[in-house]
Design a binder for this molecule. Structure first.
Ligand SMILES: [Cu+2]
Length: 664
């Protein structure tokens, strides 16, 4: 659940942070990620996946290709249109079939919260259309006294026999802190809801994941500190029931070093922060467990990124400003080897991502002015240079079959401008933002070579001649808040020109066996996307809270093109009771039927409605704590599938879970 108050526990030791000093509020949203080191009673399922936390934002829905590694869609747009970072680090997936969004390489225990910025307010680390999701690392920070502690936890979920084990350890004092955590997850196939006379097991939906992370800070002196962070994540034997193949390995190493300097100045909180980082991802697809594979294939992919950012932020009179210079170099490479049934026929080899180097460097400036305690203005702008270069000669030659004049390198300028006004009147807060910006095509959109999309069963071929996709976005929000009730409504609209979308091409025949044909990325003159969300929190009586949230998205492009994967009306309501060491929650959630895009192979899914319940109890044992959580999801074992379930795979049926956390 989004709860901005809890964000205050992550105080910065060197400086009052950018947003903390603001008298006026910004439109961005913070999703608190619960984990065994944070506040448990707030969350029904402390050991749930990161994906389930992100989904609680009304701007995000998740595409599921199985039980693992869901893809976060921000404002109804897939990951090419958003910037996903971990503490400001750019990371790019290594799978041509989107099996491994960046969010799949972290764990709850690594993170404290996710910051979501819609549209052009999310351009600090690169060009975007939909906005940005920054996953922020969990860390103890420096402490005036000496503090150490940790946790050990174990969880079990009945539906897919998921076992979760792990522990966290932390130490902090005046000059030094360190946080180390480890999480292991292992699950069998999950079961869908009940259907008479049919097996509910969803084959190829198992997974195993191990994650280890460490973050350490060292204070050089009163004004300077160093921070190092490392995340190692390895998933093996991951099944994808929504795809024709699985992944035998998805592995990431994510490392960074950060230097922070509080510049002595008469202006409060002038901070200079610099980070260098490196991450490497290996992804190996595997079809060897699938029955009736027409032709066995090996499809590994690699993505390596190194980058930096350097940021100056501070306050000047009634202004809070921030300037960020950032840059990265990513290398994306993916191959496909096909082994014909007849061993005498030669193997076929091709590069599906032709060793593409992407270089980016950009400057982003933001200034937040408080005219009075009730009126604020944010102005933000950025300029970036983006270059793609095909490093592989054979990859270039293959693409030249379709684009004879293709050169190996292409450079683009990326621009962004955003402004936001906020006005507080009594218990009402009004916010209005307007932005303009553009983005470069992704590696798949520009250079992908025969990437099978199972949803519409077409091979997708990239188009290096694509122009930048441009957007104008508007957001408006109104919040009413009293001690008892808080209501927020938000609307975000995007008018996108040169909208990048794959379109059928009859002249090229497909490579994948049984594919319907080939689609090439083209650009629609324009497309419009609307996203509306609403949240209500109502403290009915002492100890009782009722919350409701709902969201809806709509997308349409030139020539009556219905944009794919648009979320219909989705709602969730819950009633919570918390008293001393007890916590109980009952919730219902559901959706209306979706407006499906036939062009993209979508079928209409009927609405659904499910119910969940949870209980937890906190035992205090001297200085230690034991937390027990029990719950059931999809209580009535309903069978359902939604618009974001890839190739129509059903969702999980009844699931009973238990979490046991020992905190010391
Ligand atoms: Cu893959």
């Amino acid at each position: 659940m989004a709860d901005p108050l809890s964000a205050q526990q992550y105080k910065d030791s060197l400086v009052v942070s950018f947003s903390d000093t603001l008298k006026t509020k910004k439109l961005d949203e913070v999703v608190i990620i619960a984990n065994p080191s944070s506040n448990y009673l707030r969350e029904n399922k402390a050991l749930g996946s990161l994906d389930s936390y992100l989904e609680s934002s009304s701007s995000i829905n998740m595409i599921r290709r199985g039980a693992y590694a869901w893809e976060p869609m921000l404002n109804g747009m897939a990951t090419e249109r958003s910037v996903v970072t971990i503490d400001g680090m750019r990371i790019f997936q290594a799978c041509t079939d989107k099996m491994d969004p960046v969010t799949s390489y972290v764990e709850n225990t690594n993170l404290s919260r996710a910051k979501i910025n819609d549209g052009q307010s999310g351009t600090e680390f690169g060009g975007t259309i939909a906005g940005s999701i920054d996953l922020m690392r969990r860390k103890s920070g420096f402490n005036s006294g000496r503090k150490s502690g940790g946790s050990a936890f174990v969880g079990f979920e009945s539906n897919n026999k998921q076992q979760i084990y792990g522990s966290t350890l932390n130490y902090s004092d005046k000059r030094f802190f360190t946080d180390i955590d480890f999480t292991h997850r292992e699950a069998d196939n999950y079961r869908a809801g009940f259907r008479k006379g049919q097996s509910s097991e969803v084959n190829f939906s198992q997974f195993t994941k191990n994650n280890l992370s460490a973050i350490t800070g060292f204070k050089i002196n009163e004004n300077q500190e160093l921070q190092g962070s490392l995340i190692y994540d390895k998933a093996t034997d991951v099944g994808y029931p929504g795809l024709p193949m699985d992944a035998s390995l998805a592995k990431a190493t994510i490392a960074s070093l950060e230097y922070r300097y509080r510049i002595p100045s008469k202006y409060e909180g002038l901070l200079w922060e610099t980070k260098i980082y490196f991450n490497t991802i290996t992804h190996v697809m595997d079809d060897s467990h699938r029955p009736s594979v027409p032709m066995h294939m090996d499809m590994p992919g690699w993505s390596k990124t190194k980058g930096f950012y350097t940021k100056l932020k501070g306050n000047y009179k009634n202004q809070t400003f921030s300037t960020t210079l950032s840059g990265y170099k990513n290398n994306s490479l993916a191959e496909m080897t096909m082994y014909p049934e007849n061993p005498r026929e030669p193997e076929m080899f091709m590069l599906t991502w032709p060793d593409v180097n992407t270089m980016y460097s950009g400057l982003n400036v933001a200034d937040n002015i408080s005219f009075s305690s009730s009126l604020g203005l944010l102005v933000q702008g950025g300029l970036g240079m983006h270059q793609n270069k095909i490093a592989s000669e054979s990859g270039l030659n293959s693409l030249q079959l379709f684009y004879p004049k293709l050169k190996s390198a292409k450079t683009r300028m990326l621009r962004s401008l955003y402004s936001e006004i906020s006005y507080q009147h009594k218990k009402f807060l009004y916010q209005f933002g307007i932005g303009y910006g553009d983005r470069a095509p992704s590696v798949s959109e520009g250079y992908g070579f025969y990437l099978l999309n199972v949803n519409d069963n077409y091979d997708y071929v990239g188009n290096p001649d694509l122009k930048n996709e441009e957007t104008i976005n508007f957001n408006a929000a109104a919040t009413f808040e009293t001690a008892k009730v808080s209501v927020k409504g938000k609307v975000t609209c995007f008018y996108i020109t040169d909208y990048i979308i794959p379109k059928k091409n009859e002249r090229i025949s497909p490579m994948s066996m049984g594919a319907n044909g080939v689609k090439i990325y083209e650009q629609l003159n324009h497309a419009s996307i609307l996203n509306a969300g609403m949240n209500l929190d109502y403290k009915m009586f002492t100890n009782w809270i009722f919350s409701a949230n709902a969201s809806y998205r709509y997308g349409e492009g030139t020539g009556n093109t219905i944009l794919p994967l648009m979320q219909p009306f989705v709602y969730k309501m819950n009633l919570r009771f918390a008293r001393k060491s007890y916590f109980a929650e009952a919730s219902v959630e559901g959706s209306s039927k979706n407006r499906n895009s036939i062009e993209f192979g979508e079928t209409q899914k009927p609405g659904y409605f499910i119910a969940n319940a949870a209980l937890s109890k906190n035992f205090v044992l001297g200085n230690q704590k034991l937390i027990l959580k029990l719950g059931v999801e999809n209580l009535f074992d309903r069978y359902y599938s939604t618009f974001d379930d890839w190739s129509g795979i059903p969702r999980m049926g009844r699931n009973i879970y238990s979490n046991l956390i020992f905190k010391f």
